[in-house]
Design a protein around this ligand. Structure first.
Ligand code: URA
Length: 208
């Protein structure tokens, strides 16, 4: 049996359909917020966990941070519809606190399964929590944004690109250039074609 399917959790394809592993999050969530985007996307963005808007709408990065992400993806010629976006934990922590170590561990198998089934060319960690969770070391995101590391995740070694959280550019406008450069690197690593759609892979919007 799939290790992510049991009495306390159920995963179908890339989606968790039921989970009761974290009692506090079961109380605080309105719904489970799964990743969005194509099941064969070349780029996977990983955030920390859903905020209030994501919890309400059932989609990751649809609040203020999501608007920044969408806008800057456009700036580098990436279309949100062609990338996949998910979170380390799929249920909203109360009062927007960081997920605990236990909550991260409880949700880890779902993330690993999503990564394994998607098999992206590059995983982009948005902010400190996902960067440290996947790299399993402390990360100074402001200094290390744009850095690529090969990391063992589940059964495979995957390419991880450390990136600032989009909200960091709202608090400090001077971080926008570094954020954009990191997104450019993500597009390059995924072999996104600036000239237009490729037959199978990611598309990079032409002329934006
Ligand atoms: N911040 C995150 O890390 N994830 C979201 O889904 C939204 C904001």
């Amino acid at each position: 049996m799939d290790e992510n399917t049991g009495d306390d959790g159920e995963m179908v394809g890339l989606e968790v359909t039921a989970c009761e592993r974290c009692p506090t999050l079961v109380d605080s969530r309105s719904q489970i917020v799964n990743g969005t985007g194509p099941a064969d996307a070349d780029v996977l963005f990983v955030g920390e966990g859903p905020g209030a808007t994501e919890d309400e709408r059932g989609e990751p990065f649809v609040g203020r941070s999501g608007s920044v992400l969408d806008e800057q993806l456009m700036t580098v010629g990436l279309d949100r519809e062609t990338v996949r976006i998910t979170n380390c934990v799929r249920c909203r922590p109360p009062d927007n606190r960081d997920p605990t170590r236990e909550e991260l561990t409880n949700c880890r198998g779902y993330l690993e399964t999503e990564i394994e089934r998607l098999n992206p060319d590059v995983i982009v960690t948005l902010g400190k929590v996902p960067s440290e969770h996947l790299l399993e070391r402390s990360v100074a995101v402001t200094k290390e944004t744009g850095t690529v590391e090969d990391v063992r995740i589940g059964e495979k070694t995957k390419r991880v690109l450390i990136c600032l959280h989009p909200a960091a550019t709202l608090y400090d406008r001077s971080q926008t250039d570094a954020f954009l450069e990191t997104l450019e690197t993500a597009a390059d690593l995924a072999g996104v074609d600036e000239a237009g759609p490729r037959s199978q892979g990611q598309t990079r919007l032409d002329g934006y």
